[in-house]
Design a protein around this ligand. Structure first.
Ligand code: UT7
Length: 323
């Protein structure tokens, strides 16, 4: 059977690091509160004029270099973002142009914090069906631009960044020992819109709006939703908390991650945590964390990796792959 395997990882963080202490100098918060409630110590913030498409392009270039491929080798770009440069065109087409690609297709996908899992699952279908040979799957965000910097309940949580992977199709044996994406599980439930949303948009207010979140409500749903789709991934593949090598969750809050891992029986040493230095970068958080763990030598060829995310919509999903 045909499968999609990941052949390159890349990421990019804006240079500017904003610490909790700096934030505490501007609004009524403290390093202690932020660290205790979320595990976040700092986040990166895009420079003036540094857009999502620029961040995405840097991450894509890094993933291509890691794969030893040229832009011409790519015939599909699926980019997840909730913070596009413009209402349209899609950021993906800007990345395509920046990379000098003039063939194939490029489009954006909106699933907020679950965006990377949705984009990976979507690109996988194109690659496995033979519609595309190699795809760039990108998550890139500039959440700093949609934060209400006066609202301490949200502005301390998010950061900017981008991550990317390159996937390619190949003929696999069709067993769980195969390299590549072994299963994906996507879910959504639009009844939860008001718990996490942006209060503006072209068709409603004709403004960009600001992120609004009922944090405690989101927290309440998160662990159950996350563990449900992970149980589905285990059931579909026969892998388990014991037999996976790495758990790379969406990085929203260390307490959510720890509670999910504990509920599933995933050992703490298998959990890749980057929320401390990145904050919540929405669709960028998983590919940023994947690249971090690949480049520091934790995730190696042959390893089985489980990813999951949950976010606005609500949307949530999981994927399990062997590197
Ligand atoms: O990626 C998308 C998914 N998003 C998430 O997963 C986020 C999920 N939610 C969370 O991570 C947590 O709910 C938060 C980190 C947002 C908040 O933690 P919490 O333990 O649920 O705190 P809370 O909202 O219940 O607030 C507790 C207290 C409140 O004060 P009172 O009412 O108890 O006096 C807040 O006003 O903490 C106060 N507070 C703050 N204090 C200092 C809220 N934000 C801050 C702050 N600094 N930044």
């Amino acid at each position: 059977m045909r499968r999609a395997r990941i052949v390159g990882f890349g990421s990019y963080l804006p240079a500017r690091r904003l610490s909790n202490d700096e934030l505490a100098g501007r609004i009524d918060t403290s390093d202690e509160w932020i660290r205790q409630r979320t595990g976040i110590r700092a986040r990166h913030i895009a420079a003036e004029g540094e857009t999502t498409s620029m961040i995405a392009t840097r991450a894509a270039e890094a993933a291509l270099a890691h794969a030893g491929l040229k832009p011409a080798d790519i015939d599909l770009i699926v980019l997840a973002t909730a913070t596009p440069d413009y209402t349209f065109p899609a950021v993906a087409t800007q990345v395509q142009a920046n990379l000098g690609i003039t063939h194939g297709a490029a489009f954006d996908l909106a699933a907020v914090c679950s965006g990377f899992v949705f984009a990976l699952a979507t690109a996988e279908k194109f690659v496995v069906s033979g519609s595309a040979r190699r795809a760039l799957v990108i998550g890139a965000e500039t959440f700093s631009r949609i934060l209400d910097w006066e609202d301490r309940t949200t502005c301390v949580l998010f950061g900017d960044g981008g991550g990317a992977v390159v996937i390619e199709g190949y003929e696999a044996a069709g067993t769980r020992a195969d390299q590549g994406i072994l299963t994906t599980h996507l879910r959504s439930d639009g009844r939860h819109r008001e718990k996490l949303y942006v209060d503006g948009g072209p068709s409603s207010t004709m403004t960009t709006g600001h992120l609004r979140m009922e944090g405690r409500e989101v927290f309440k749903h998160a662990v159950g939703m996350i563990t449900d789709v992970i149980v589905d991934a285990f059931a579909a593949t026969g892998y388990s908390a014991e037999t996976i090598d790495w758990f790379v969750p969406h990085q929203a809050n260390q307490r959510i991650i720890t509670a999910s891992a504990e509920k599933l029986g995933i050992a703490p040493e298998k959990v890749v945590l980057t929320v401390g230095e990145h904050g919540n970068t929405s669709a960028a958080s998983i590919p940023l964390a994947l690249d971090t763990a690949v480049k520091d030598g934790r995730i190696r060829p042959g390893h089985v990796v489980l990813i999951e995310a949950m976010g606005g919509g609500f949307t949530w999903g999981s994927a399990l792959f062997r590197v």
